[in-house]
Ligand binder design. Structure first.
Ligand SMILES: C[S@@+](CC[C@H](N)C(=O)[O-])C[C@H]1O[C@@H](n2cnc3c(N)ncnc32)[C@H](O)[C@@H]1O
Length: 278
């Protein structure tokens, strides 16, 4: 049978847009599947003080809450996971909107949130690159542990800016990567070592993280029209030493955290919290 000519022709540009859309949908699905499976273990496995990685989550949470020091208002926690911050935000008098791509994460968040009457948090399934709220609505937006899963940082930053009221603030977490290409190359080795030494399971991580350097990310922030108010460093560890000598690394990590204003310590910070204003 001969070819049927439908008369429809796509330009090279249309084909490449279509391919990009398919890749984005595929990426979102993989991220969602991973977090749906991770929801039951996330809090217990990540938030612990006996490993460098765990300590990073614990200190990050404390620092976010101290940076989120605004008067009670409307707060959107985008990529809320199992509601790590929800209870504290409610306790501080905020009306909380918790958004996530993963239904299972939201289910966990709802179970642990508690709250009564007006303080009941609102849970919504939403992709951070198309936040399902109208503009100029939020006093604060938190984006913690989210950016590494997002393909287009600029797109999410514009969404954060859009939903913020004028003068509203956002606390955004990123991984502090100086050389993203080198980092990506070393990830497989790092994971293999971690699986062998600490039995860490990387099942389901069949998508790539989006790590940009802090310089690139600060550029994205400037282009999105947000103003940087403060940058805080956390998650102090010496690459590979944290796997080979875990106990010593936890002690060193705590010491560097205490001295985090020093330049030498900041060289070993794997995490950044950036407070911005609209
Ligand atoms: C590492 S967890 C962070 C959870 C929590 N914010 C915390 O402080 O521990 C990342 C969360 O971001 C969510 N996520 C990833 N990509 C997303 C997207 N495009 N839109 C909304 N949520 C997303 C995941 O489902 C996951 O629950």
């Amino acid at each position: 049978m001969g070819k049927v000519d439908t008369g429809m022709k796509c330009t090279a540009e249309e084909v490449s847009v279509a391919e990009e859309t398919v890749q984005t949908v595929d990426h979102l699905q993989k991220v969602k599947d991973f977090h749906n499976a991770d929801a039951t273990r996330y809090r217990a496995e990540r938030y612990r003080s006996d490993t460098c990685e765990g300590l990073a989550y614990v200190t990050r949470r404390q620092m976010v809450l101290s940076l989120a020091d605004i008067e009670p208002g409307r707060v959107l926690d985008v990529g809320c996971g199992p509601g790590i911050l929800t209870r504290d935000l409610i306790h501080n008098g905020h009306v909380v909107y918790s958004a996530d791509l993963s239904m299972e994460m939201l289910r966990r968040a709802r179970e642990t949130a508690g709250g009564e009457g007006a303080s009941v948090p609102h849970f919504v399934v939403s992709d951070a690159s198309k936040i399902c709220f109208s503009g100029n609505r939020m006093d604060m937006v938190l984006s913690i542990g989210l950016m590494c899963y997002v393909k287009d940082h600029g797109g999410v930053l514009s969404e954060i800016r859009r939903v913020l009221k004028p003068g509203g603030v956002s606390v955004i977490q990123i991984n502090n990567i100086r050389w993203p290409v080198l980092y990506r190359t070393l990830i497989p080795l790092y994971r293999r070592l971690k699986a062998v030494t600490a039995g860490k399971n990387y099942d389901g991580l069949d998508f790539s993280f989006n790590f940009s350097s802090s310089k690139e990310f600060l550029g994205d922030i400037a282009r999105s029209g947000l103003e940087v108010l403060r940058v805080e460093h956390y998650d102090f560890r010496i690459p590979f030493v944290d796997i080979l000598l875990p106990r010593l690394s936890v002690a060193l990590g705590k010491l560097m955290f205490k001295n985090r204003s020093r330049r030498i310590c900041r060289l070993f910070a794997h995490g950044l919290l950036i407070k911005v204003k609209k």
